[in-house]
Design a protein around this ligand. Sequence first.
Ligand code: C5P
Ligand code: MG
Length: 163
Amino acid sequence: MLRIGYGEDAHALAAGVPLIIGGVRVDSPVGSSAHSDGDVLLHALADALLSAFALGDIGVLFPPGQPETAGLDSRVIVQEVLGLLSRHGPFRLVNVAAVVTLDAPKLGAYRERLQDSVRELLELGSGSVGVTFKTSEGLAPGHVQARVTVLLEAGIGRAGTGR
Ligand code: C5P
Ligand code: MG
């Protein structure tokens, strides 16, 4: 059975903090202001995965503001979510489609690195993670946003990811 998942996230931008998107550090004078590492793409991905099986969202697994999650690498969040899904039943991730909305800096030069980073995290093959970039046209100049869809096949194969 095919399942679709969808997730969104946004973080305010602040000077002098890292901008991490999809596990990749982007060279930028402003970064994502957050309790964790502020990786909007991985947070939206985690919610997309959970929503595909109606398993809540990352706030349930990682309540906001917990001292032990300060500065947390968001790849850990995605790995925890994958573990939770595996315990729920066998599934195979088919593909991931994502949009990152950010007025500046431009992200085009990071596309390959970013897609590879998410692919490796999910153990997916080449061409399985597509990321597009948009500006907000000034509607959200102080924010970085992400929207992620995932397609999964449930109930077949071994529990885990697509490899
Ligand atoms: O939002 P807009 O349509 O003006 O974006 C034009 C193009 O700029 C996008 O299709 C994308 O290729 C690129 N872009 C980018 N980095 C961003 C925002 C947009 O590379 N932060
Ligand atoms: Mg977030």
